[in-house]
Write a protein that binds this ligand. Sequence first.
Ligand code: AMP
Length: 479
Amino acid sequence: MSFDSFGLHPDLMRAIAEVGYSTPTPIQVQAIPEIIAGRDVMGAAQTGTGKTAAFTLPILQRLMPYASSSASPARHPVRALMLAPTRELADQIAQNVSTYAKYVPLKSAVVFGGVDMSAQTQQLRAGVEILIATPGRLLDHVQQKTVSLSTVSVLVLDEADRMLDMGFLPDLQRIVNLLPKARQSLLFSATFSTEIRKLAKTFLNDSPVVIEVAARNAAAENVTQVVYEVDRVESKRAAVAQLVKRQGLRQVIVFTNTKIGASRLARELQREGIPADAIHGDKSQGERLATLEKFKKGEVEVMVATDVAARGLDIAELPAVINFDLPYSPEDYIHRIGRTGRAGASGRAMSLMLPEDQRLLIDIEKLLKRTIPREKLVLMRAPREPFTPRDDRLAVDSPSRSRTPPTKKPTDPIFSEPYQPQGAALGVSAAADTSVSKPEASANGSVATPTGVPSRASLSSIRRGPRSVPALLGGKPKA
Ligand code: AMP
C-alpha cells in the first residue's frame, strides 16, 4: 500500500515525499481513511508506530478547504485541537504538524506550561487553525481569553492513558465542555484500560472506530535485548562508557531511575570524553528542549534520561538504548526499549544488572513472557571512582513507578545547591528560565519536591500558577 491510495492533497503528498515516507505504517493504513471520512477513532498505538502522522495527515486533509493565506486572525480560527500530556510530546506533535503542513497555508501553534505565556498569546491572537496544547496551559489561555475553542471541529487526545495517570481528567472535562458538541474526536492511548474506555465513552461519539496496532505490553520485535551482569554501581558507569566506545554508539539514550544518577553518569561520561548530557525532571524546560535538540543533531551523543523526561520522545533511528538501572516498573522497560527499533528499524537494548536487581529482571521477563539473554561484561578498565555507599535511588523521578520509595533524606549536595548547567549554550535565554521562580515542572507537568516526589497540591498550583512571568518562548527554544 502507498500513500497515493488515501487521496491526500498534492501539497500534503509533497511534504510526505520530502520526509521520505514511502509506505504508510499499519496505524496509518487503518486510521487515515476513517479520519478523512470524519469518523471518531479510538486508537491503541504507542509512540513509534507513526500515530502522529496517522491523525495529523487526515486532519490537514479535512482542513484543506479552510486553508487561507490571509493575515486576518478571523480567517484562522482554531479548528483542530490536539492535547498531549507533556511539553515534550506537545512540541513533538507540533514539529510533525509543521512538517506535514509545510506547503499548506494552515497555521499551527503549540502551548505548554513552564514558559511564559505572552509569546504564546501573540501567536494565538494572530490566529491558528491547529492548536497543540497541554491541558493546564490551554485552560490558562482560555481563562485569559486569548483563545476561543468554540470553533474546534476536531479534537485529538494523544497519550490519553498518560493524561489520566497524571490527573488531567478534570482539566480534560473542562476543555471538552468548551468545545462544540458536533465535532470529530480522536483518542490515542498505548493501552485500552477500563478508565480509557470510560473516557472514550464520555468524549467520543457512541460508535468510534477502534483500531489496535500493537498488542498490550508487546515489546518491539526488532529490538535485540541483552542483560549485562555487573557487580556494583561504579562498574555500571565504566560499563556504559565501555559499551558506548566499543560499539561506536553515536546516539544512545541511557536510562537511570534517579535524577542524581542521571546527572552523575552524564558527568562521568563527559570526563571520559563522551559528549553526554542529562535530561530529567529537575532540569528546566529550556534545558531539556536544548539537550534534546543537541541530541537529535548529534552534538550530544549520549542522553542520560529518567523515565519521566524520556516518555514519548521520538528520536528517529535510535540504534540503541542502555538501561543503566533496570526500571522498577516492568512496563517502563517496554517503553524504554521502544525508543529504539522504531518504524521498522532494528535496535539494541542493553541493560546493566546488579546482583540485587535480579527480582526486577524476573518481573520484566514475566511481562515479556520471555527470558532476556544474560552476559557477563568484562570491564577493560577498573571503575573510575572508589565505591561510596551512596544510594543512587534516592531521587526517584516518578514516584508512582517506584517500588522502593526513599526511606531517608538524601544528603547529596545536589539537593541543597542550585543546579549548575553544564556545557555550552542552553538554547533559551537565561533570563527566561530564571524568571520562573517556582519549583520546576517535570516532564509530566508535575513539580519536583526536594525528594523528587511531585505533590498533587503543587501540581495543580503550577498548572494554575503565576501568570506574570516575563516573555520568552513561542513554544520552542530560541537557538
Ligand atoms: P510517532 O509514532 O508518530 O511518534 O512516529 C514515529 C516515527 O516514525 C517518527 O519519527 C515519524 O517521522 C516516523 N514515521 C511516521 N510515519 C512513517 C512512515 N510512513 N514511514 C516511515 N517513518 C514514519
